[in-house]
Design a protein around this ligand. Structure first.
Ligand code: ZN
Length: 533
């Protein structure tokens, strides 16, 4: 997602649930939700049909997160029998007796006024709307779910809404369901991207993406007043953006892609196949394409391949931040990526999280704090530096292999490292260790002197960063020597993590007047001083 400055309001609304609430052995396969949205007020009538699996032959308990609803009945959807349950207002417990299959379809009838997760209210254009906004663990305020990123499942929503409304959800519009608007995705998705949006929308259809026999509709759902702006500015190249990701990574992972103006508290939220954007930037005509590139990239990284748990969220946000620049470069030239990486470095340097590593288990219970400069801009830098280290070909081959291995599933940073090392045929433990698990970044003091007689430069580098950040290895740091007559020559130095000091002697055909370090900006580092002796 992209944050807005309103993150404080999310914090305020967000109630912490530290411990995983669902038995790890019980796995949800699919959700079929049926909801009736009211004409007035916020009382929602809901039904959830949930298929679960657990180890055959063992008894277990299904623990579903559900906050502040009334549960009227739980039944076995195969036999029609009532099933005992207990509900304390936050967790719905349903015993799973030992059976041979280790599989059961359970139906839950419930109702209530969601205090979060499903936002029912008035749009910026003054009309009644309803939008889901589940990240990170707010599905539980309106949907009984195993509400954690590791338990992905397919989802179907059948929504009964006021007659003038249109409803959007994950996946494709189904045929043959008698009442309500049925959306279904056949791909397992995380609960934090399971959504519906409902209201009076104008829907414009952009050029679809054709993948062999599959046609992927690309749609823009907006309030009528904002439709022309949306189609001509932020979503003008919605189809091209998908096509760039398809060329670089893999075919689009879902049944359609809808871009939806909404009440989300985030700037953009990457809900699988139905991306929600904050309504204010449309109304103010400040909505740009960057957020569209970021959220579209999430469909591959974050949605199709999901971080198994919150400390690995850079696998979602770092990737989307990087691909915003990568897609921009593919559409408009390399300078877009260069500018974006420069801005990412500045955002990270001035952030408050430089003393923490990217993979940060200290915030596991409070994922909103992981929406920070480590997960986004530094995460993007990890990918950019990995690409520089192993080269374009191994980098994209590695990303495609990682995507192909973990699509519709979840992954950890170790999983990513393993796939990349295999594709690059290299041990990259030092790289991932220093950039993912060490805090900070290299701060370098550079000193140099020229020996005219020997035509050699002696150059020394001192790592000046705080000792707590550790030392960094930079195996090929580029140095550019410039002469008075405009001549330039480049040399490379291997900065070691074994010592604070690295020095080297270079043959140079002319007397340099200036030295530039990492002149192309390929590394996340800061030069604190360059001095001539
Ligand atoms: Zn994002």
């Amino acid at each position: 997602m992209e944050c807005m400055r309103t993150i404080a309001s999310v914090l305020a609304a967000f109630v912490l649930f530290a411990a995983p609430l669902v038995g790890q052995s019980v796995n949800v396969i699919s959700y079929h939700f049926r909801l009736t949205l009211p004409d007035t007020g916020s009382l929602v009538q809901g039904f959830a049909g949930i298929t679960v699996e657990w180890p055959a032959g063992a008894a277990d308990t299904l623990r579903l997160d559900l906050v502040g609803m009334n549960v009227s009945s739980v039944g076995d959807l195969k036999t029609g029998d009532a099933v005992p349950f207990s509900y304390d207002g936050t967790v719905l417990k349903i015993p799973l007796p030992a059976n041979d299959l280790g599989r059961r379809n359970i139906g839950i009838q419930y109702s209530g006024r969601p205090s979060d997760g499903l936002l029912i209210g008035t749009s910026a254009r003054g009309r009644r709307v309803a939008f889901a906004d589940n990240w990170p663990q707010r599905a539980r305020y309106w949907l009984p779910t195993a509400d954690r990123p590791s338990d992905k499942a397919t989802a179907r929503f059948v929504i009964e809404a006021p007659a003038t409304w249109r409803v959007v959800g994950n996946g494709a519009l189904m045929k043959g369901v008698p009442d309500g608007v049925p959306w279904e995705t056949r791909h397992p998705i995380p609960t934090y991207t399971m959504v519906i949006g409902a209201g009076e929308f104008t829907v414009s259809k952009h050029r679809p993406v054709i993948n062999g026999r599959d046609t992927i509709p690309i749609e823009v759902w907006t309030y009528a007043e904002d439709s022309a702006f949306a189609d001509s500015v932020p979503f003008r190249r919605a189809t091209e953006i998908v096509e760039v990701m398809q060329r670089l990574i893999a075919p689009f992972p879902y049944e359609k892609l809808a871009h939806v103006q909404s009440s989300t508290k985030f700037g953009g939220m990457e809900n699988s196949s139905a991306i929600f954007y904050a309504e204010k930037p449309y109304v103010e005509r400040k909505m740009g394409e960057g957020v569209v590139r970021h959220e579209t990239a999430h469909q591959w990284f974050g949605d199709a391949v999901t971080e198994r748990d919150w400390p690995d969220i850079w696998l979602s946000e770092g990737f989307a931040t990087y691909f915003d620049g990568v897609i921009g470069a593919a559409l408009d030239g390399d300078s877009v990526l260069a500018k974006s990486m420069h801005a990412n470095a500045e955002d990270y340097f001035k952030s408050a999280v430089t003393d923490r590593p990217i993979v940060d288990s200290g915030y596991a219970a409070d994922p909103i704090k992981l929406l920070n400069a480590n997960s986004y801009p530094k995460g993007a830098w990890v990918l950019h530096m990995l690409r520089g280290t192993i080269g374009d070909s191994a980098f994209f081959r590695g990303l495609r292999a990682y995507y192909g291995t973990y699509r519709d599933s979840t992954a950890t940073s170790e999983d990513f490292q393993r796939v990349i090392e295999k594709e690059a045929r290299a041990d990259l433990g030092w790289f991932f260790h220093q950039w993912l698990y060490q805090p900070g970044y290299p701060q370098l003091d550079v000193t140099w002197q020229y020996d005219a007689g020997a035509r050699k430069v002696l150059l020394g580098i001192t790592q000046r960063q705080k000792p707590e950040w550790g030392l960094f290895r930079l195996p090929a740091l580029t140095l550019e020597f410039r002469g008075a007559n405009g001549a330039t020559v480049r040399r490379s130095i291997a900065v070691t993590s074994g010592s604070r000091e690295t020095s080297s002697r270079f043959d140079l055909p002319f007397a340099p007047t200036e030295v530039r370090v990492d002149p192309d900006g390929t590394l996340l580092l800061r030069i604190t001083a360059i001095s001539r002796r």
